[in-house]
Design a protein around this ligand. Structure first.
Ligand SMILES: [Zn+2]
Length: 226
């Protein structure tokens, strides 16, 4: 009897609704934002309170909405840091939220802490979409850091722009070398492994790789957005 009392009081002290974290990764043009929006819309359609968050660094499309490459739109909050969200949204409104979507998650440095708190402590369902790797296939931002705390991880693929096979990587078309160079099809294309490797053999890319090996740490920390 005593033990059942203890376990029920332990259960009561935790949050009534249990949180979840779901992660969509993949190269550019793999439909990450589309998958995220589809999920958020279906949660909203089933009567749950939802909010979409994206980085204010990415202003390629409307600042107050998430837009997929094929033009589907959803209203959202553009923030420099995720931890600002609760204050901006209002604490009371935040309490009533069921589902939080996060797009372009690679741009948020506080992704791990935010997801941890939202799912573990606040009982939210958090759905995250972001690039797993940058154009040099290095881990991008904190996206991979949340795999250990995620319920599910889905790697989506695009179509290789050169041969039409499944594309896992993002190839940068220019010689710009900063990690966070925001752009679309003008700057990037999805490629298969073979075409990623052959694309990287371009002389300019080779020199980029060499310089990145030397100063990758300082580059990552000092990166600014253009
Ligand atoms: Zn290919």
């Amino acid at each position: 009897m005593a033990s059942s009392l203890v376990s029920s009081s332990v259960r009561d002290s935790s949050h009534s609704s249990s949180g979840e974290i779901h992660l969509f990764v993949g190269p550019m043009f793999a439909g990450k934002t589309t998958s995220l929006l589809r999920r958020i819309k279906s949660e909203a359609d089933s009567g749950r309170n939802v909010a979409m968050l994206k980085s204010s660094k990415d202003n390629r499309y409307a600042i107050d909405s998430v837009v997929t490459h094929d033009g589907i739109k959803f209203p959202c909050w553009a923030l420099p840091d995720l931890m600002l969200f609760k204050d901006k949204y209002g604490h009371e409104a935040y309490e009533k939220l069921d589902v939080i979507g996060i797009d372009e998650a690679q741009f948020f440095e506080d992704l791990y802490d935010f997801c941890c708190k939202a799912a573990d402590e606040d009982g939210k369902i958090v759905i995250v979409a972001g690039l797993d790797g940058d154009y040099l296939r290095r881990s991008f931002g904190s996206v991979l850091h949340i795999i250990p705390i995620a319920d599910t991880v889905t790697k989506l693929t695009a179509r290789c722009e050169l041969c039409g096979k499944r594309a896992f990587f993002t190839l940068r078309k220019t010689e710009e070398t900063q990690t966070e160079l925001i752009g679309g099809a003008d700057l990037y294309m999805p490629v298969c492994r073979r075409h990623y490797v052959s694309g990287q053999v371009v002389e300019a890319a080779k020199s980029v790789l060499e310089s990145q090996n030397v100063k990758s740490d300082s580059l990552l920390e000092g990166t600014s957005v253009v």
